[in-house]
Write a new protein. Structure first.
Length: 534
């Protein structure tokens, strides 16, 4: 490297000449260093340390090329290994799916885990290692009835005797006539609030309520509609206190209409409604007059509530579709800690609960002794699907429920909920509740799909599927099977989870026992005991 000239302090001819000479010297030094690097890489012999850098290759370029080739080979091997691992996992899962679908042999009695507190659960379970089955039939828990009363919303009369050939017209008449333990059978039809059960605010006696065929019990009156003056597509009816409008024309679960802020907006959008607090305006999906048997304005009010303030109450429900209710489609509230309270349901749908508060779940079990469900669905609630807690509506700690869900579905819950967003589950247990879920499906909820919370809460999840939480957050709310709050325990056996941010999430102090289950992601500082991840 050349010696550069020292520049003077005066900006004169000498200064400029020295500066230009320095530029030339610097350029020469740069070219010299570039040549040395080129020689190092190509062919010119170098000092011993450079020779060592060649690593036995004639020139350094050869060694660099060799290293590049090795790195490329390792990258390819790593990619192939990752692909092989994914193919192996996918193959195992496909095989497992085939076994679950087709293999019905080799079932053996399943013993409840030794650490599971509810060892006396009244259910027999069987497994062949890939799936679970049960001979459980919730109908064995029916009340033993002395009398049966029939109701027909189309052809019945409340002046009839309530027999099968001479049925009552209203559910209210049947309820008033029945004694505790009796059975009410409901013939097919829609049991509107205003014509069938408006005066029944709370069920307070033990009953079997059984639908024969398609029985719909909406929190809705039967309306007639007139064309709205000055509008092209809107029809109106007198109605206050509307929480939601649903349409059963194309979907028996109910298509939810959009609420608009102005009459003009409603006129422009099929499947919408507007209310001015006294009149309801509807633009139906086909822009014609709404069919009162298909378009149901659900009210913001209490629906199917059961309490035990007058004595022991055991309710059995079968083949019912219940729409609406701001305290749940079905709400059990243990008012009297000394009286028993239980519910058993088979083949029932609990749909479009409209409440946003803590009791707004589709199935809302507050302090009941037992809550057993078979082939039931809890869908489109603004809060949870199935919810079990030891607290009653007065926030008193009464009884931690025992629950069973067999072949149940909890989906599309918590949409929308601005008061408690991202915390709404397909099924959830709290405050020491203990339960068993068998072959359930829990998906697309605005929160963790299955979440069990608080000390003493335990759940045994067998052959269940959970996927696609809708929250989009990077926390436990975006999970499939989630144990929350120290002391909660969850067993997950032969289950499938996918699509959510975290398939399994065990928060601090919780324990999750996972066996023979398909999952990709897990999170949390709780304890995981995992056997045979698929």
């Amino acid at each position: 490297m050349g010696k550069y000239r020292t520049l003077g302090t005066l900006f004169n001819r000498v200064f400029r000449n020295d500066l230009n000479q320095n530029f030339e010297d610097i350029d020469k030094d740069i070219q010299t260093q570039k040549k040395r690097v080129d020689d190092l890489i190509t062919k010119t012999p170098q000092p011993s340390e450079v020779v060592d850098a060649r690593g036995g290759h004639p020139v350094l370029r050869d060694r660099l090329d060799s290293v590049d080739a090795q790195l490329a080979e390792k990258a390819q091997v790593s990619a192939v290994t990752a692909l092989d691992s994914k193919v192996t996992t996918d193959r195992k899962r496909n095989q497992q799916a085939i076994r679950r679908e087709l293999d019905s042999s080799g079932f053996q009695p399943y013993q409840l885990p030794a650490g599971f507190a509810w060892q006396s659960a009244p259910i027999k379970l069987f497994t062949n290692g890939t799936k679970f089955t049960t001979d459980f039939d919730v109908s064995v828990f029916k009340n033993v009835s002395t009398n049966t009363y029939w109701v027909d919303p189309v052809n019945g009369l409340d002046t009839n005797a309530g027999t099968e050939v001479a049925p009552f017209k209203s559910l209210e008449k049947a309820y008033q006539t029945a004694s505790s333990g009796d059975t009410i059978k409901m013939k097919p039809g829609i049991y509107y609030r205003d014509s069938s059960w408006q005066s029944i605010s709370v069920l307070q006696k033990s009953l079997n309520i059984i639908g024969e065929g398609t029985v719909i019990i909406p929190l809705s009156d039967k309306h007639t509609y007139t064309k709205t003056a000055g509008q092209t597509n809107v029809y109106q009816t007198a109605r206050t206190n509307v929480a939601e409008v649903i349409d059963l024309t194309f979907d028996p679960v109910g298509y939810k209409y959009q609420k608009k802020n102005t009459l003009a907006e409603c006129d422009a959008l099929p499947g919408s409604y507007y209310t001015d607090a006294t009149t309801l305006f509807i633009h139906s999906l086909d822009s014609n007059s709404p069919n009162p048997e298909k378009v149901l304005p659900l009210l913001s009010a209490q629906h199917f509530k059961v309490n035990n303030s007058l004595g022991n109450v055991k309710i059995y429900l079968e083949n019912l579709t219940i729409f609406g209710g701001n305290n749940g489609n079905l709400w059990l509230d243990r008012i009297n800690a000394s009286n028993g309270l239980s519910v058993y349901a088979k083949n029932c749908d609990f749909l479009h609960s409209t409440g946003l508060n803590v009791d707004g779940d589709a199935v809302n079990i507050d302090g009941a002794d037992e809550a057993f469900f078979q082939n039931c669905r809890a869908l489109h609630s603004r809060k949870d699907g199935f919810n079990y807690t030891a607290y009653n509506s007065a926030s008193a700690l009464v009884t931690a429920p025992k629950f069973i869900e067999v072949d149940c579905v909890g989906a599309y819950n918590g949409i929308p909920n601005t008061l408690s967003p991202n915390t709404n589950n397909g099924s959830t247990a709290h405050a020491g509740a203990q339960g068993i879920r068998v072959n359930g499906q829990y998906y697309k909820n605005m929160g963790a799909n299955v979440a069990d919370v608080q000390p003493g809460t335990e759940s045994l999840n067998l052959g269940c599927i959970a996927f696609d939480s809708l929250t989009g957050l990077d926390d436990a709310t975006n999970g499939d099977f989630v144990a929350q709050q120290s002391g909660a325990k969850m067993w997950v056996n032969a289950c499938i989870s996918f699509g959510s941010k975290y398939n399994l999430y065990a928060m601090s102090g919780t324990t999750m026992y996972v066996d023979n289950t398909q999952f990709d992601t897990k999170q949390g500082s709780g304890t995981f005991i995992i056997t045979n991840q698929l």
